[in-house]
Design a binder for this molecule. Sequence first.
Ligand code: PMP
Ligand code: GLU
Length: 395
Amino acid sequence: MLALSQRSQDVTPSSTLAITAKINAMIADGIDVVKFGAGEPDFDTPDYIKAAAIAALDAGLTKYTPVPGTPELREAVAAKYKRDNGLDYAPSQVIVSCGAKHTIYNILQAICDPGDEVILAAPYWVSYPEQIKLAGAIPRVIDTTSAQNFCMPPEQIEAAISPKTKAVLINSPSNPTGTTYDVETLKQIADIVVKHQVYLISDEIYEALLYDGATHVSPASFNEETKAITFVVNGVSKAYSMTGWRIGYTAGPEDAIQAMSRIQSHSTSNPTSIAQRAAVAALTQPQDAVEEMRQAFEERRDVICQRFDEIDGVSYVKPQGAFYIFPDFSAHYGRTLDGKKSKGSMDITDYLLNSAGVGVVPGDGFGADNHLRLSFATSLTEIHRGLDRIKAALQ
Ligand code: PMP
Ligand code: GLU
C-alpha cells in the first residue's frame, strides 16, 4: 500500500453522517429503527422551490455559472441579509458554495495559515475542529457547561486569544445543543474581536428555527467595525428543508470573499446551477413554509422535552432553537447493559441502536462524551415511539 497524506489520516470522519448511514442501512435491511440521527428536516422541499428547479432545467440552466454564484442568487442573498438581519452587503461581498459546510471550509482555507488558532466552544458541531485542522490551524476549544447554556463566556474568549488567533467561531442557535447566545453576550464577543482584530465566523444556519418567540440577531449588525471582520454564514439546507441541494453562502470582507472564490475555482467551481435557481426562489418568495416548519419543530421540541422529563438519570437544557436536544446520559455510564459495561456515549449509542432500535448520535464527536444528540426533526409519532423505547431500555 502506498502512503496516504498525513492530513487524510489525521481527519476523523463525520460521526453525524456515519451514524446516519448506519441507521439507514439497518432500515434498508428491514430493521425497525427510530431515527434521531441525521440533522435534517424530515419535510419535503416546498413545492414552489422544486417548481423553480424544474423550470430551470426546462430553461436549459444546466451549464457552469460564475464561481461565486449567479448574479441573481448573490443579489437574492444580499437582499436576504438586508431583510432578515438588517445588514447591507453588495453582491460582491457574497459567495455561494456547495452547502454551508463548504462555505466554512473555504473561509478557513482563505484565512488560516499553519499554526494559526481558531477559538470555538465545545460542544461543537463535528465538522468545525476537523475543518480547522484541514486548514493547518489549531482548534482552541473552550469547554462549556449546561449551566452556561453551552455558551462561551466572553472573558474566557478574551483569555484564549493569542498572537496566533485568527478567528472566533460561534454557532447560534447551536448544533448540537440547541442553545443560543443572548444579545448582550454577542455584543461583548463582538467588542473582543474588534479590539483584538481577529475574524468572527458566525454560523447562523439555524437562524430561522427559534422558539418561544425569540428573534435572531447577527453580531455583524452591531456596528461597522464588527461587520468588517465577520463572516455571516447561512444556507438553505435547514430553513427550507433543502439539505440535498447543497447551497450555502456567506457574506464577509470582500478581499476574503475573493480569496474564497479563488479557492473554490480550483475545487468545486460553482454550486449546481439548478440548485442555485431553486435557492433564489427559496429566498425571495413568501416565507410561509419556513414558519410552518418552525412551528412543527417547536411542538416537537416541547414533546421531546416532556418525554425526557419522564426518564430517570437524564438531564437536558431546553433547546431554544435548531432541532437538536443534547441530554446528559452520564448517570447511566458504568451500568452493564446487555452484558456490556457502558463506558461512554459510544457504548450507550450502540446499546440504544442494537438493543432498543433507536438511532442517536454519540456526544463524543461533539466534544462532550457525557451527552447524546437527538434530532427531533421527525414526526411526533416517531418521537413518542423512540422515547418509549429509550425509557424502557434504561429502566
Ligand atoms: N453548520 C451547522 C452548525 C450545521 O449543523 C450544518 C448542518 N450540517 C452546517 C453548518 C452545514 O449545512 P449544509 O452544508 O447542509 O449547508
Ligand atoms: N448538520 C447535520 C448534522 O449535524 C447534517 C450532517 C452533517 O453535515 O454533519 O447532523
